[in-house]
Structure formats: structure tokens, C-alpha cells
Design a protein around this ligand. Structure first.
Ligand code: ADP
Length: 531
């Protein structure tokens, strides 16, 4: 059966775009979480018509297809399917930017369009528009991240919120266009999200209801003025008061984008490696060595970063409000424009004296994070998975899955209050400690009312015992967060089976929708679903 189906697939996409031997599919197995699936093969279709024909064959021969855009879902399963014996539908060849509308500030793109590609198109075409990058690097898909409801830090940071209009190949081979897109005459298909009638776009995010082949993405005009803002606190206990101030700034729209609050431990993973020598090979990292490293790198207990975008007057006014609100709550606050960055590069000692920061160290992270906030995708977050690795971080094109790094993400959502943040920290810290890992917290304001807390479990994948402990640590964290009501906004492939079902009406409805849209269950079985 499978062989016959592959014969058909070859006829559809061509010999070179069917991968079915171990060697060729090896890279699809590579995964930073301790999970590896049996993959029956990989198909790389070149367009919608081919996908429709593939879907017909899959129904006929009962083949399970697992669509990915670029497969860089690191820390959540990379390109691996949720269950064994799937055929990966790699859409990376479908990488056309179909439209960039400068006036209305949007683009229409295919799944394989990478962050780098979109950024380059916007800058080389002098469009005056910018994209919102996510932290997973220039080579990852814009569409794939939006479907997982990922985010960045600019005012267009909620990636699903910034989509408008989808094209989807359904499991029966029909092509669905959402919003106004299904009216052939529609003028506003990519500028008005809801269309008329039920709004169904959300059904195709974090689901297994269809293969998304096109998406409209809203873009932001390059601001007249841009300034990044960096602040830090010295004490762990400063967090509560800081959160109250940040919530006010967000709810009152003084800050239009996101705010990241990065714990010392996490900041150090971006700046340096695990100090194996100082620790004489022992893990986890001791508080004494942590304090010493933080002092050396001038990293605070909590380190905040955000940016201001807008008209010049607006940015000046926002700076004043931020300074007033954060006075007495942070130990340091600095704003950085292009000019100040250039100055810091030229006179690191002087600026270091003025700001109390180790400028050459700070610049290593500041420059790429600054560029990201200006819409340029970068690799500033990608050294984190190398924390416990004994080999160096590649200078560019960082691929933690390729380098066998150990990284498991857990991303619970925490209401933006002092009480919730403190309770949450109290839950997760002892679990990390018990399993011998460093807790590396980042709170990201995904909207004005909640933080997504990204928690990486960083481990050495070449050590089987440590790998086992990492999986156990993740599972315990997951259970504890669920018990206390801090539910993750997104799941790794290892967690889906445990979350869905259980007689919950929500998952029953999801199952009914799945049965209606994909009666044979050929698409991504088990993905946020019981079937
Ligand atoms: P990225 O490289 O941006 O992390 P992926 O291609 O890994 O994105 O996508 C993340 C997840 O979203 C995939 O594992 C897959 O389940 C789902 N997905 C990605 N692209 C599509 C698509 N075009 N249609 C349906 N589901 C998709």
C-alpha cells in the first residue's frame, strides 16, 4: 500500500521531491526534545494543485500526512510529527511572496517564505514597511509561526492577530479561502479579517484541519522614530512592583509593542556558556558562580527590554512617561536610538561609565536585539540551547537541532499581576532545582494583560541520564503548571496526547470538527486533537 502510494506521489511531485530513504530523511528526525518519530517519507510539493492530488492519494491509501512549512519548530518537536508513521509534507519549496502592498501595508505569502526572505523583500524593495520577527531565526517560516500563534516584540507581535485571509487545502482536496477571500470579487480580502459570516481562521491554527497554502500578513510602517528601552532591577523581589508599572504602561498604550522581562539566568544563556571549569563539571550552576557571572556581565536580577515606535513627539512623550513610571522600581534605565548605538560602539568605555554597563558585552546582545525590534530577524536567542553544550555556538546559521542541542520549551501563560508571577515562580523553581537544571525565565507581554513565560529546559542531549532527567523535569513542570492553572499557550508534540480529550466538551467539539473536515484522519493525527 505505502509503496503504491509512493509510486503515485512520485508521479505527482517528481522523483527528486520524494524522499523515502533513511539518509535523505535524517534531518527531519533531528529534534532538540527527547523524542524521535518514525517517519515514512517526505514529500516536497511545488504548489496547490500537487497538494490536492497528494491528498487524494493519501485518502485512497490511508496515508497520514504531516504538513510543515520549514520544520524549525525547535523545542516543540522540530519537524517531527505528533505520531509515528506519518509522511511529512514539507512546504518549503512553496516560497513565493505573492504580493506586497505598500499603501495598505500587507503581504501575501506562501508557507516556505522565511523571515529573512520577507525582510529582504521589504528592505530591498524600499517599501517603508517592516515585519515582526520571532526569535527562532531568519530561516524559519513566517506562516508556520503564525499558525502556532507565535509572537515577536513589535506592535505587530501577535502573529496570528496580524494575519488576514488564508488559503487552505482541505483533507477532501477542496480549496477554502477564508474572510472575504472566497468571494471572487472581494476587494478587501487582505485588509478586513472577519469577512461576513462565521470567522473560522482560528480553526486552522494549532489544529489538524487543513493545509494552509497562503496567508495575508499585515506589516508595520517603518516608524518615523524608533528607540529601544533597556532597564534592569538588582533584586529578585523587585519583580512585583515592576510588573504593576509595566501593566499600566501597556494597558494605557504608552508602550504599543511587547515588553520582555528576562531573568538573570536566561540573560546569561544568551551571553555566555555554562562555566564547566568553575563548576568542576558539576550541575546545576551554583548561586555563587551565578552572582559572579552576573556581576561580570553586569546583568541584573530582572532585565527588561521594549521599544518605542511612532511619530517623534509621541516617542518623546512616551519616554517621559516610562521614566516616571519606572522611577524607583528599576536600578538602571537606558534608551537607545541608532545614534546612541553608534556612539556606544565608538566609545564603549565612556558610555560604560555613564550607564554603569559593560558596553562591549551589552552590545553583543543589544545590537541584534535592537535590529530585531526594528524588524530584522536575527539569531540573538539561538545561542540559548547551546548553554550546556561543550562545543561552540556557530557564528551564523545556527541550527540547534542540527547540532544536537538539548532544548525543551514549556510556555505557560501567566496573568500580568505580581501575585500570579510570584506564585508561578514559586511553582516552577523547586522543580527545576529538584531535577538539576537552571530555571531560565522570560516573561513576555503577549498582550496588555498576560505574560507568556517561556521556560527552556536546557540539557546535554549526548548524556542519556541528563536527557531522561530533562524529560522528567518537563513532565513535572507541565503537570504542576496545569494543576495550578498556568496553561501553556502552545504544546510540544510530546504533550498533546496528555492534554486533549478526557470527556472535556471543548475537545469533543474539536473532535467533531475534525471528523467533519477530515473523516479519514489523514492530516497530522494527534496534533492538538484526539484523532
Ligand atoms: P517553523 O519552522 O516556523 O517553526 P513549522 O514549519 O515547524 O514552523 O510549523 C510549526 C507547526 O505548524 C508544524 O509542526 C505543523 O504542525 C504546523 N504547520 C506548519 N505549516 C503548516 C501549514 N502550512 N499547514 C498546516 N500546518 C502547518
Amino acid at each position: 500500500m505505502v509503496e503504491q502510494a509512493f509510486g503515485e506521489f512520485r508521479r505527482i511531485v517528481g522523483e527528486e521531491f520524494v524522499l523515502d530513504n533513511v539518509e535523505k530523511i535524517r534531518r527531519y528526525h533531528r529534534c532538540t526534545i527527547p523524542v524521535e518519530r518514525v517517519i515514512d517519507g517526505v514529500l516536497l510539493p511545488g504548489g496547490v494543485e500537487e497538494i490536492r492530488r497528494i491528498v487524494a492519494i493519501a485518502n485512497r491509501f490511508n496515508i497520514r500526512l504531516y504538513p510543515i512549512s520549514t520544520g524549525k519548530n525547535w523545542g516543540y518537536g522540530s519537524a517531527n510529527p505528533v505520531r509515528d508513521r506519518n509522511v511529512i509534507l514539507d512546504l518549503s519549496r512553496m516560497n513565493r511572496i505573492l504580493e506586497v502592498n505598500k499603501e495598505l501595508a500587507y503581504a501575501v505569502i506562501e508557507p516556505g517564505v522565511t523571515q529573512r526572505q520577507l525582510h529582504d523583500k521589504l528592505t530591498s524593495g524600499k517599501t517603508g514597511l517592516m515585519m515582526d520577527p520571532t526569535g527562532s531565526g531568519p530561516a524559519c517560516s513566517v506562516l508556520g509561526n503564525a499558525l502556532e500563534r507565535g509572537y515577536g516584540i513589535t506592535p505587530y507581535g501577535d502573529h496570528f492577530a496580524a494575519t488576514c485571509g488564508m488559503e487552505i487545502v482541505l483533507a477532501n482536496g477542496e480549496v477554502l479561502r477564508t474572510g472575504f477571500g472566497h468571494f471572487g470579487t472581494a476587494k478587501a480580502a487582505n485588509v478586513y479579517k472577519y469577512g461576513v459570516g462565521p470567522y473560522i481562521d482560528g480553526l486552522f491554527t494549532q489544529s489538524n484541519f487543513g493545509i494552509v497554502t497562503k496567508i495575508g500578513v499585515w506589516l508595520m510602517p517603518e516608524p518615523e522614530r524608533f528607540e529601544a528601552c533597556y532597564f534592569s532591577c538588582d533584586k529578585e523581589s523587585d519583580l512585583g512592583r515592576l510588573i504593576d508599572a509595566l501593566r499600566w504602561l501597556l494597558l494605557n498604550r504608552v508602550v504599543k509593542g511587547s515588553i520582555n522581562v528576562v531573568h538573570r539566568n536566561r540573560a546569561l544563556t544568551m551571553l555566555t556558556r555554562y562555566p564547566w571549569e568553575e563548576m568542576s563539571g558539576e550541575t546545576p550552576l551554583s548561586e555563587a558562580v551565578y552572582s559572579q557571572m552576573a556581576a561580570e556581565k553586569r546583568v541584573g536580577a530582572w532585565n527588561g527590554v521594549t521599544a518605542l515606535y511612532g511619530a517623534s513627539e509621541e516617542v518623546s512623550a512616551a519616554k517621559k512617561v516610562i521614566k516616571r513610571l519606572l522611577r524607583g522600581k528599576v536600578a538602571r534605565i537606558n534608551f537607545a536610538s541608532e545614534q546612541t548605538l553608534r556612539l556606544a560602539e565608538r566609545f564603549p568605555k565612556l558610555i560604560g561609565l555613564l550607564t554603569g554597563m559593560n558596553i562591549s558585552e551589552v552590545l553583543k546582545v543589544l545590537k541584534p536585539s535592537f535590529a530585531m525590534m526594528k524588524g530584522r530577524p536575527g539569531e540573538v536567542s539561538l545561542p540559548t540551547p547551546y548553554w550546556r553544550m561543550k562545543k561552540p555556538v556557530p557564528p551564523r546559521d545556527i541550527d540547534p537541532a542540527e547540532d544536537s542541542c538539548g532544548l525543551i520549551w514549556l510556555s505557560p501563560v501567566v496573568p500580568m499581576t505580581k501575585e500570579n508571577a510570584e506564585e508561578f515562580i514559586g511553582i516552577i523553581r523547586p522543580i527545576f532545582a529538584r531535577h538539576g537544571f537552571e530555571d531560565c525565565i522570560t516573561f513576555t507581554a503577549v498582550n496588555e494583560r498576560s505574560f507568556d513565560c517561556t521556560l527552556p529546559i536546557l540539557y546535554d542531549k549526548s548524556d542519556p541520564l541528563e536527557t531522561k532527567r530533562a524529560a522528567e523535569c518537563h513532565d513535572e513542570l507541565f503537570r504542576a503548571c496545569m494543576d495550578k492553572g498556568y496553561i501553556p499557550y502552545r504544546l510540544g508534540i510530546q504533550s498533546m496526547a496528555g492534554l486533549v480529550g478526557g470527556g472535556d466538551v471543548f475537545w469533543d467539539v474539536v473532535q467533531k470538527l475534525k471528523q467533519a473536515l477530515d473523516p479519514q484522519g489523514i492530516l497530522s493525527p494527534g496534533r492538538y486533537s484526539t484523532i
